[in-house]
Design a protein around this ligand. Structure first.
Ligand SMILES: *Cc1c(COP(=O)(O)O)cnc(C)c1O
Length: 223
């Protein structure tokens, strides 16, 4: 199935009006599909798998901002560290430290979001509030990991038709985001709240999201 251009145009207009950033989630989709949206001006793309991201990055324009939105293993950070724009899924201190180390090796700093566990489902990854506070503490007291900048939070709601459940999970994350928003440290500045996908992005925006990660609505269903 080709990229749904009318869906992209309509979505972009809706999100621009709301001041929300669109990350087009292109996992499992061919580079031709990414190029088609690039040609319309889209620059932010999201991928879940390290090898796939590395392969695609090499074949596509250098000014694409690549978002890593999947579960990232520490031993694979080095492959994406030279070019990744934003890592959404930081879910441990160990991973944060590895990202910092690899960023420094590449002479750059890497922006990251801390992934919170908000869903009822046990299967989803993410930090609880105690772990979040520990990481924020770590980022404020020397020696601060020098290669990372924390820009906010990311979360995934339960995969459920229960709108009230999804809304309450988004609200919980949004409240946490707003609570930490005033933080202003060299390495911590909360300005990005990444929540919302094809099926729930409107609910997420209503609850305060300013970045949505949208795949199937644009590229069609994945196999
Ligand atoms: C696949 C994925 C998305 C996009 O999901 P769609 O339902 O296709 O929009 C968003 N966020 C994450 C973390 C994903 O893994």
């Amino acid at each position: 199935m080709p990229v749904n251009i009318p869906a992209y145009t309509a979505l972009k207009e809706e999100l621009d009006a709301a001041g929300v950033t669109l990350v087009a989630v292109s996992k499992t989709k061919p580079v031709e599909d990414i190029q088609a949206l690039y040609d319309l001006g889209q620059r932010d793309f999201g991928e879940n798998y390290v090898q796939e991201l590395v392969d695609k990055q090499a074949q596509l324009p250098a000014d694409i901002r690549w978002h890593f939105i999947g579960h990232l293993q520490s031993n694979k950070v080095k492959y994406i560290a030279p070019f990744v724009h934003l890592i959404h899924g930081i879910d441990s201190e160990k991973l944060l430290r590895e990202v910092s180390k690899q960023a420094e090796k590449n002479g750059r700093s890497i922006e990251v979001l801390l992934q919170m566990h908000i869903a009822k489902e046990e299967t989803k990854f993410g930090l609880d509030e105690t772990e979040l506070n520990a990481i924020l503490q770590l980022m404020q007291e020397p020696p601060v990991p020098a290669g990372v900048k924390v820009r906010g939070l990311m979360g995934m709601a339960s995969f459920s038709d229960d709108q009230n459940l999804v809304r309450s999970e988004f609200r919980q994350l949004s409240e946490l985001f707003r609570y930490h928003r005033p933080l202003m440290f060299e390495a911590v500045r909360f300005d990005t709240l990444s929540m919302g996908m094809s099926g729930d992005y409107r609910l997420a925006i209503a609850e305060g999201s300013n970045l949505v990660r949208i795949g199937s609505l644009l590229f069609g269903a994945r196999n």
